[in-house]
Design a protein around this ligand. Structure first.
Ligand SMILES: [Zn+2]
Length: 236
């Protein structure tokens, strides 16, 4: 079934000819009001529930990039993310980069698999995606065209904490990573993680929220209409 869909997309590209000219990195305009998109990758897990508690206490919405193979057993977490008004994005099915990036078909197939698994639970089809480890080296104009034909919209980040590299980093350091950039973008896509071991992220989150609220940022969830944000294409 996935193969049929992917082949269809490839055929459309052949018929349409070379990809349309799409400017790289259609980042947010500097004129926008101050907005921060808190994004949590690598869930769902029981830790995701703790993140949801904190977001609920603060009455703010965020975006969760879901790994398909972790959904089973965590269906209630997915239902809660939806019920509480947060956004859901696709973050591959296996998160195994060597496999996902071996060819475009595998990448798209994994996104479809995760979309279908989520749709069975929420009844919705999600189009927002994030490349595992980021799009750098994997996204170019041709790939972007394929993703758009699949109705996918890509979001990398412009600020991050390193809780995906080392979940033991203490909360005060995560806070520092999340806030110490001297010139902060007006629109921030903040990368964080909500995998099972990311307890320290939960510890740091309230302070990070307080910091950005005091700095005049509003918190939003990524929607289909949110302008895409991806790293500049690498030259190769
Ligand atoms: Zn990830």
């Amino acid at each position: 079934m996935y193969k049929t869909r992917i082949i269809l997309v490839m055929v459309i590209i052949l018929v349409l000819g070379p990809p349309l000219q799409i400017s790289a990195n259609e980042g947010p305009s500097a004129n926008y009001d101050k907005v921060i998109y808190l994004t949590f990758d690598d869930g769902p897990s029981s830790t995701t529930n703790t993140i949801l508690d904190i977001l609920d206490d603060n009455d703010i919405k965020a975006t969760f990039f879901i790994i398909g193979c972790k959904i089973k057993g965590n269906e209630n977490v997915i239902r809660r993310i939806k019920k509480e008004g947060h956004s859901i994005g696709l973050h591959s099915y296996t998160h195994k980069c060597r496999k996902i990036y071996s060819d475009k078909e595998d990448f798209i197939k994994e996104m479809y698999m995760t979309r279908d698994a989520l749709c069975k639970i929420t009844g919705e089809k999600y189009n927002v995606i994030r490349f595992p480890s980021g799009s750098k080296g994997h996204l170019n104009e041709n790939m972007l065209e394929i993703l758009h034909l699949c109705n996918f919209r890509t979001y990398d980040w412009n600020m991050s904490v390193s809780d995906g590299i080392n979940y033991k980093i203490p909360p005060y350091r995560l806070f520092r990573e999340a806030t110490s950039k001297k010139k902060k973008p007006n629109t921030i896509f903040m990368l964080m993680h909500c995998d099972q071991p990311n307890k320290n992220t939960c510890e740091a989150l309230q302070n990070i929220i307080d910091y950005y609220r005091n700095d005049g940022y509003t918190f939003q969830a990524i929607k289909d209409e949110t302008r895409e944000f991806y790293f500049p294409f690498s030259k190769k």
